[in-house]
Design a protein around this ligand. Sequence first.
Ligand code: SAM
Length: 311
Amino acid sequence: MFRALGTAAGRCARVPPNAVSGLPGSLQVVATPIGNLGDLSRRALDVLASADVICCEDTRRTRALLAAESLPSSPRRLLSLHGHNEATRIGQVLELLRAGRTVALVSDAGTPTISDPGARLVAAAVDAGYGVSAVPGPCAPVSALVVSGLPTERFCFEGFLPRKGPERRRRLAELASEERTAVILEAPGRLAMLLADLQGAMGDRRVAVCRELTKVHEEVWRGRLADAATHFGQQPVRGEVVVVVEGRSAPVASQEALSASVRAHLAGGDSPRQAAEATAAELGVSRRRAYAEALAQRDRDGRSGLPSGPR
Ligand code: SAM
């Protein structure tokens, strides 16, 4: 039986379980439902049933989950791990791993470490050379993204914005220049303010407000930021929400900038094809458009015998 080992040097090797600690301790990062018990995977059930210890945020919530699935939930199996005691718990969990125990890490709901505790524990286990595996499953930000109807090719996760002050303004300004779809968490009571602030910083972009995902009252509101700010300003929401906002459109390069870039590359000795490729990469314009400009400049310079253009 072998397990993968990630090392601090960034290598990944297949090693026998005893190679690092002498015993096969491992940390299993287990996603749990964000509102629908049916989303607990079979593998999650297996791991939660067999783990020696389960690190969890609120022991009452995890005990309720285990009880609902008829899994053993004795107090001895549960070890609370939250923002305030994570540093202390790390030593205890490393001891358990050293002793060859399997430790599961869960949060109250969703995927641990995603705006939830656990990242420092995972980093410590990785640094110490123990196996760390994901048992993937529910994750509110990802669920919101995939139902938003907004581009999913590139996205960024913002988590919760600071509640006020210069750091909130800085993060809003950063988001305004972001080209990727942004996924933001917010408390329901602060949703209208977030939408108004986003509109102030970004202008009137497309937005999806995803509420109570996977639950009976799941609802996705899709529209534009200005309408969303008005709508949710008049009609406060309850439950849990994720906001997904369209990224900034890529700026359209002016003809002057395009010509100047192509000219500079040709003057530097590039072929029209090379000049077009460099310009396309620098300005985000199409290679076809840049190549047409490169040919036009060469023609104006009276040169000929150019290769055929990019497809
Ligand atoms: N780690 C969790 C995950 O993977 O889903 C996220 C934890 S974060 C502390 C909790 C936030 O996630 C909530 O305030 C809300 O913004 C969002 N959230 C959680 N469950 C949700 C649901 N069912 N529908 C919409 N948003 C949800």
